[in-house]
Design a protein around this ligand. Structure first.
Ligand code: PLP
Length: 414
């Protein structure tokens, strides 16, 4: 503890986490060569040539962009109007909009999630998220001194555990008079699960009921949505369910350009708030604008400009969608190989449907042991609550082939 540190920041040190294992993998690659190492750590897409997958259209547009546009501030703290309109159209596409919408540009999806926790909960109130989840939710909760409540992601049938989700939300409302709950869907990190329309319908109906007792804010974290195997249009259709929210429920969609436009370092995202009353989303916009001002002021203008330029040019949009679709195909092939091999050798995995990651289902003790044993075989994975995560996004088909068998063998050797 240091006299220089504020009370609320005492002892808040970030553990090595994903970036720590990624570093170990990098070092091993430098020592043995790329071919000898399986680096399935970071949530970043690599092509079959083991190069960072980038949408050429996006970066060509960036190179063409006038320096002044890259250099200047955004036109407003909440982001450029053209960007915000484009984001709403990209995310909601042709989904009927029987709700009011307001959006705010944020520093990545992280900024969207973090703003939402800060603006809609007081210290001591509860943030609800799944028991198997992206680690940063916990970091944010701790930063804002929030109570965390974890719902069981899967029920006994390995489908979304609507009951556990709603039970936790109800308990939070009973205790604190309100709740903020996260659903990371489609392409859940780290399991690759995607909910179906029935599960979404039950979630919204249940939240409306809970809303009779107190305010409900549902965060839909869509960081990986654009890598859904269903295609862009189909992947958004579940959002129709948001038309049925009651006056006491607000949905905040956390959008990120990181994966969707392979622009992880750009730090461009958005919060898209949906509610039945205009005053609800107006209030959202005002308080969020204030938080943006205090945290990062405004986000990179260049990133917003490219996004809206692409969205407003049918040819560029088509081209960038085709480029992404190629990546999605590669990912689907990798996913199918891993899933079928896991089935063949009896490696237990969570129900993988689509997306960047698949997770081996393990109890806590086995998780770290397996992670360490795999490292000895030059296979680097990430330990998550409930197992080890394999980042299919970072592996070539060649490296995915046989991986499930090796993991199963290693598990049996423990
Ligand atoms: N949500 C999930 C589940 C993620 O895995 C990530 C990034 O890894 C994000 C949100 C936010 O990403 P970014 O802040 O890069 O936009």
């Amino acid at each position: 503890m240091s006299q220089f540190t504020s009370k609320h920041s005492q002892g808040k040190y970030l553990s090595d986490g994903v970036f720590g294992v990624a570093k170990e993998a990098r070092e091993r690659k430098a020592e043995l060569g790329n071919d000898k190492v399986i680096d399935s750590t970071l949530g970043v897409f690599f092509t079959e040539n083991e190069e960072l997958g980038t949408l050429a259209t996006f970066f060509e547009k960036y190179n063409e962009l006038d320096s002044l546009k890259k250099a200047k501030y955004a036109e407003a703290i909440i982001g450029n109007k053209k960007y915000l309109d484009a984001v709403e159209n990209w995310v909601l596409d042709d989904v009927k909009r029987d709700f009011y919408v307001r959006s705010v540009a944020t520093a990545g999806g992280t900024g969207a999630l973090s703003n939402t926790m800060w603006n809609h909960l007081d210290a001591g109130q509860a943030i609800v998220f799944p028991d198997i989840a992206w680690g940063s939710y916990k970091v944010m909760a701790r930063e804002y001194s929030l109570e965390t409540m974890e719902y069981e992601l899967f029920d006994e049938n390995d489908t979304f555990n609507v009951k556990s989700f709603l039970d936790n939300c109800r308990e939070a409302v009973d205790k604190h008079g309100k709740v903020v709950a996260i659903i990371n869907d489609p392409c859940h990190n780290p399991t690759g699960y995607t909910m179906n329309d029935v599960e979404w319908k039950e979630v919204i109906e249940g939240l409306n009921k809970i809303g009779e007792k107190g305010a409900v804010i549902l965060i839909n974290d869509i960081a990986y949505m654009d890598f859904s195997f269903k295609g862009l249009k189909e992947s958004r259709q579940y959002m129709k369910a948001f038309n049925n929210i009651s006056d006491n429920v607000m949905v905040i969609i956390a959008f990120s350009m990181s994966k969707s436009f392979t622009s992880y370092g750009f730090r461009v995202g958005a919060q898209i708030a949906l509610a039945k009353k205009e005053e609800t989303v107006e209030e959202f916009k005002k308080i969020t604008e204030f938080s943006c001002r205090s945290r990062w002021s405004n986000i990179p203008n260049g990133g917003m400009e490219i996004f809206s330029d692409i969205m407003n040019d049918a040819d560029l949009l088509k081209k960038s969608n085709e480029e992404r679709a190629e990546f999605v195909d590669m990912l689907a092939t990798r996913g199918n190989i891993f899933r079928s091999e896991a089935k063949e050798c009896g490696l237990p995995i969570y129900p993988y449907k689509e997306g960047f990651f698949v997770t081996v289902r393990l109890d806590k003790e086995k998780t770290l042991d397996l992670q360490e044993a795999l490292k000895k075989k030059n296979i680097f994975t990430v330990a998550v609550g409930g197992g080890i995560r394999i980042a299919l996004c970072g592996l070539t088909q060649k490296k995915v082939k046989g991986l499930a068998f090796t993991i199963k063998e290693t598990l049996d050797e423990l």
